[in-house]
Design a protein around this ligand. Sequence first.
Ligand SMILES: [Zn+2]
Length: 413
Amino acid sequence: MKSTEKIIALTGGTLINGTGEKPRKDATVQVKGNVISEVGRGIDLPQGTDIIDVSGMTLLPGLIDAHVHLCANGDPSMLSMIQHPLGLIQLMAARNALNTLEAGFTTVRDMGAVMGFAISLKRAIGMGIARGPHIVTSGKIISQTGGHADFHLPSGISFGHMSRIADGPDEVRKAAREQIRDGADWLKICSSGGVMSPTDPVDTRQFTVEEIRAVVEEAAAVDKSVASHAHGTTGIRNAVIAGVRTIEHGTIMDEEVTALMSEKGVFHIPTLAASHNIIAHGRESSIPEYAMAKAEQIAEHPARSMMLSHRGGVKVAAGTDAGTPFNRHGENAKELELMVEAGFKPMEALMAATKIGAEAVGLGEVTGTIQRGKWADILVVDGDPLRDIKVLQDRSKISLVMKSGVIEVRRGL
Ligand SMILES: [Zn+2]
């Protein structure tokens, strides 16, 4: 759907604009074409304006999930990936993108997709072939041999279509250039072990600082950034020293590392929903034993590390890791509930999924807040998320979702 210069006004709602300012009652947000043209009270609306009365409801910026895997469905084992023809995985990703949009998330950053499919999906959405959020995407994950995204099974059989294995600065540099050639907006690496990979302890380092630096240099050369999967402190520190922009998971933080991140303006995306869902579903759920053991080993850490970052002045953005076991696309707002449970105020959780989220994924200039000139990415909720953050998970309360001025969801309005 292409935007027109049509004018739409959402009137009478309580506005939470995403900047952290106090809510404003009886606000009007005027949209012209694909951008927000006016925000305030008692705005003179031109003749012909399509007025939508949202009295009693809350107006928010469209939400942002800074870490998803659109190609993965939330199945207990990653092995489900090899059961499907690749074309089917692409179609599933399209369905996952639509679920996400309909849940009020107008922007996601995909942190690793089979065959780099999130890149095609982004193009398909841009062409109007599929419906979904704005997508910022990393293509394939760059991992060392035996690293978190090296999907060789113990038999030696590999399902490596989600990652690019590379070792040594030269090869890693080439892997980075390949992702850029294929259309990635970001580069994603793994600088520590992970939960869903069988043989690498979560707190070990992966890639040397020199290798990570090679990726960062290639990204910087074309004005792009690098995200690093990192659980343990050494892996986090190495990635930060080498110049990555976001730390994914950041499970085991300490004060030294948060000080370094704060100083360098590196974002932390704690992905609380990922380990929460693994632990909540437990050993009966056919999640592999090694993954259960690792998730249990770090269970207490994600929430604690998020608050350590927060207190240390690190910007924390909301990201679910949707696609990991039982972590379904469309249930992304669970992350905000978990952030509040861990110690964030509801307003802080909302900012993590709006303004800070936009900054983290590199779209801070264009989305994440309801301000004049920004993309018209807007969510109307029938309820008050500052009172009950869980209202964002109730699909029946998601009354309107607008993306770039186009109304994608309209329920009872
Ligand atoms: Zn992930």
